[in-house]
Design a protein around this ligand. Structure first.
Ligand SMILES: [Zn+2]
Ligand SMILES: [Zn+2]
Length: 413
């Protein structure tokens, strides 16, 4: 109790110091929202570590627009029950197990150190609905035992179904209905399919997770609450043995080497950072972007991923000009033909792609040959093979190597 008390005083002092010194740094980023995605147990060699990106085309495309840490490691326990708390806490934390009356008396866990949710909610005075955790149905962990934090600052849990697709469907509802500023989506299927030992099931789960992540980013960019002010981080808790994909948990390179991909308005585009980083660096990075402090972190914010102008835009009032601009889609809804009006400013290189809500690209066109200026491109509602698509919502995305903008279009037959 004594050490807790002393720790909490030290922490309060450090927060005060940071608040006094840090107003111009922590609060000055363009990022106002953070979405963190954890893909459980994706081995790097099937993810972005595969140079051909066979299983992860969506994440590969996001990596071109965002930043990747080339050497990102699980530097502690290479299994979920310890590694995910380390993501939350910005440190490898001890775990306490207790009998949970809310889970029919089965055993449940809490972290000894406060979590990123608790820091976020308490320091920024945010309500639970602004801090959401989506995951499949299981007996969820509870908040830390820290006397300054704890259950009053725990996120809103949304447990949905049993598959990653169920979790994604729930996440879409949350984004549309309550637009939380801090969202964590946990995808569990890659690990469980890996443990099954059926290679094709493992690979399928990776493809599904990759599609969900592509669709998530597209959804965020088509939502005015998120577009242009959201940073998304995609990581893993651990990899899998390099000698056997079915298991994990030791010190082999396959278990240790994981992914950290970041994309957002303050993040450099196309960067592969050579600064080695580890799991405890994730929470401090979120804290830096949103303006709160992970007081008990052992990790540090990955500021090397931020662009040189990050943190300055709000100070001097300048807005970083985008070299592309998606102007207008009409008519809405459309039936036979959609007109896509867009402008290329200082670089003619761009493409227009259309995605369905599952994140599958149904149509794409390189529009670089049109040159700079204002243009209109027509889309006939058919896929790349000229097959009619069903009625529904589609996401139109204009992108080049640095920027991407999206809007929704509704096809009504
Ligand atoms: Zn596992
Ligand atoms: Zn291993």
């Amino acid at each position: 109790m004594k050490t807790y008390f002393l720790g909490s005083i030290m922490r309060r002092l450090s927060v005060l110091t940071l608040v006094c010194l840090g107003l111009s740094s922590g609060l000055a980023y363009t990022t106002e929202r953070v979405v963190l995605v954890i893909i459980d147990g994706l081995r790097y060699s099937e993810g972005l570590g595969d140079v051909n990106h066979v299983m992860v085309p969506q994440m590969a495309s996001l990596a071109e627009q965002g930043a990747l840490v080339g050497n990102f490691q699980n530097d502690g326990y290479t299994y979920t029950s310890r590694a995910i708390p380390a993501i939350w806490c910005g440190a490898w934390t001890e775990i306490n197990t207790f009998s949970d009356p809310y889970c029919n008396g089965t055993s449940n866990n809490t972290t000894e150190l406060p979590t990123v949710f608790e820091y976020y909610r308490k320091q920024l005075s945010r309500p639970a609905e602004d801090c959401v955790y989506t995951l499949k149905e299981l007996c969820s962990w509870k908040a830390s035992l820290d006397p300054d934090y704890g259950m009053d600052y725990w996120p809103q849990y949304h447990e949905a179904g049993v598959t990653d697709t169920d979790v994604w469907n729930e996440t879409q509802q949350i984004i549309a209905s309550q637009s939380p500023r801090f969202l964590l989506m946990y995808l569990a299927d890659v690990d469980s399919k890996g443990h099954s030992g059926v290679w094709d099931d493992y690979i399928d789960a990776i493809s599904i997770a990759d599609g969900i992540i592509g669709a998530l980013w597209t959804t965020l960019q088509a939502d005015t609450a998120y577009a242009g002010k959201t940073t998304m981080l995609i990581t893993n808790d651990h990899g899998r043995h390099d000698y056997n994909f079915q298991g994990h948990g030791d010190d082999c390179a396959g278990c240790r080497h994981i992914q950290l991909l970041a994309i957002g308005p303050d993040i450099q585009s196309g960067l592969v950072s050579d600064t080695p980083r580890t799991i405890p660096d994730i929470a401090p990075t979120i804290g830096a972007l949103l303006g709160f402090t992970i007081e008990d972190a052992t990790g540090t914010a990955m500021l090397e991923l931020l662009s040189s102008t990050a943190g300055t835009d709000k100070n001097d009032g300048r807005i970083t000009p985008s070299s592309i601009s998606l102007k207008h889609l009409y008519p809405s809804p459309f039936n036979a033909e959609l007109s896509i009006e867009y402008e290329l400013v200082d670089s003619p290189q761009a493409s227009i792609s259309i995605f369905n809500l599952q994140g599958t690209q149904v149509w794409t066109r390189d529009v670089s040959s049109g040159g700079e200026g204002l243009h209109t491109l027509k889309w006939n509602g058919k896929d790349q093979n000229q097959i009619e698509l069903p009625s529904g919502v589609f996401i139109v995305q204009l992108s080049n190597q640095r920027f991407s903008q999206s809007q929704k279009a509704i096809l009504l037959k």
